[in-house]
Design a protein around this ligand. Structure first.
Ligand code: CP
Ligand code: NVA
Length: 310
C-alpha cells in the first residue's frame, strides 16, 4: 500500500492534509486492534532516534513500535555522537541517510530539524522541539476519537503555557475542525505565526480559535480539557517564576466544573500534580492519561508505516 505521505518528513502538523491526518488516526486504530497484521510492515527497516532532551514515552514507544513492525531502532544522543562536537547538521543528515530508513529527532531548535530534514534523503520525524510535538497530538486525537467517537465539532480547551503542545493542538485541531480555546497568562501566549496558521485552517474547517487570558471562558462547555507543565524542557530555570504567574491556570475541580459534564481530561505527561493539575483531576474519572500514553505507540506505528512503507 502506498501512502501520499510516503518518503516525506513530518516536522509539524502543517505538513499533512486533513485527510492524511485522519487516515493516520484510522490506521492507528486498526493497528491497535490487530497488531499481528502489521508485524512485517517495516521488515528490515532501521530508524535512527536522536535525543538531545530527555524522554520516557517517545523513546520507548518509537523503539517498541519499530520493533513490532519488523524493524529496528538505533538510539543516539548528541553527547556520544559527533553532533555533540559540532559536526554540521548537513553532514549528519547525509551520512545517516546512507545507513537508515528514517530519523526521529527530539531536540531544542526547530530550525535545526528543518535543516536535518532538508538535507536527509529519508523521512525525518519531529519527536518534540521547542515549538512542536506532532506525534503527541496524533496520539491525543486517537484517544479523543476512541472516547468521543469523533473529532470534528468538539471544543478542546488548553490551559497553561503557550508551548509546543499548545502549538500542535492549534495547528492540528483547526485542521480537523475542532474548536480550540487556549488560555495562558499574559506573556505566555502561543506564537503569533502558529495562531495565524490555525486561523487560516479554521476558516476552511469552519472551526473557532480563541486565545485569551481567561481560563474559565476557555473551559466553558469544553468536551476536552488539556494542560501541560508550566516549565517545559529548556525552561527549567524559570520554574519558580512561572509557578507564581501560572497559579490561576491550574486545572482543578473548580475550573473543570465549567466544562461539559462528560469532559475528557488529557495531559501528555510527565505531569506535576499540584501544579498545572490537581491529583483529583488527573487521577479522576474523566482522565484518560494512560490510554493517551499507550496511544503514542499505536499512532507512531501508523505514522512510521505511512512514511516508510512503500
Ligand atoms: N509526552 C512525551 O513526549 O513524553 P516523553 O517526554 O516521556 O517522551
Ligand atoms: N511541553 C513539554 C512536553 C513534554 C513531553 C516540554 O516540552 O517539556
Amino acid at each position: 500500500m502506498s501512502h501520499s505521505l510516503y518518503g516525506k518528513s513530518i516536522l509539524d502538523l502543517t505538513e499533512m492534509t486533513k485527510a492524511e491526518l485522519l487516515s493516520i488516526i484510522e490506521l492507528a486504530v486498526a493497528i491497535k486492534a490487530q497488531p499481528d497484521d502489521y508485524r512485517q510492515a517495516l521488515a528490515g527497516k532501521i530508524l535512527a532516534m536522536i535525543f538531545e532532551k530527555n524522554s520516557t514515552r517517545t523513546r520507548v514507544s518509537f523503539e517498541a513500535g519499530i520493533i513490532q513492525l519488523g524493524g529496528q531502532a538505533i538510539v543516539l544522543d548528541s553527547k556520544s555522537t559527533q553532533m555533540g562536537r559540532g559536526e554540521p547538521v548537513k553532514d549528519t543528515a547525509k551520512v545517516l541517510s546512507g545507513y537508515v530508513d528514517g530519523i526521529m529527532i527530539r531536540t531544542y531548535s526547530d530550525q535545526m530539524v528543518q535543516e536535518l530534514a532538508a538535507q536527509a534523503t529519508v523521512p525525518v520525524i519531529n519527536g518534540l522541539t521547542d515549538h512542536h510535538h506532532p506525534c503527541q497530538i496524533l496520539a491525543d486525537f486517537q484517544t479523543i476519537y476512541e472516547v468521543k467517537g469523533k473529532l470534528e465539532g468538539l471544543k478542546l480547551a488548553y490551559i497553561g503555557d503557550g508551548n509546543n503542545i499548545a502549538h500542535s493542538f492549534l495547528i492540528g485541531g483547526s485542521l480537523v475542525g475542532m474548536d480550540i480555546a487556549i488560555a495562558t497568562p499574559k506573556g505566555y501566549e502561543p506564537k503569533p505565526e502558529f495562531i495565524e496558521i490555525a486561523q487560516k485552517n479554521a476558516a476552511v474547517s469552519q472551526s473557532n480559535i480563541e486565545i485569551s487570558h481567561n481560563p474559565v471562558k476557555a473551559v466553558e462547555q469544553a468536551d476536552v480539557l488539556v494542560t501541560d507543565v508550566w516549565a517545559s524542557m529548556g525552561n527549567e530555570a524559570e520554574q519558580k517564576e512561572r509557578e507564581a504567574v501560572f497559579q490561576e491556570f491550574q486545572v482543578n475541580q473548580q475550573l473543570a466544573a465549567f466544562a461539559k459534564e462528560d469532559y475528557l481530561f488529557l495531559h501528555c505527561l510527565p505531569a506535576h500534580r499540584g501544579e498545572e493539575v490537581t491529583a483529583e483531576i488527573i487521577d479522576g474519572t474523566h482522565s484518560a492519561i494512560y490510554q493517551e500514553a499507550e496511544n503514542r505507540l499505536h499512532a507512531q506505528k501508523a505514522l512510521l508505516v505511512t512514511l516508510m512503507q512503500k
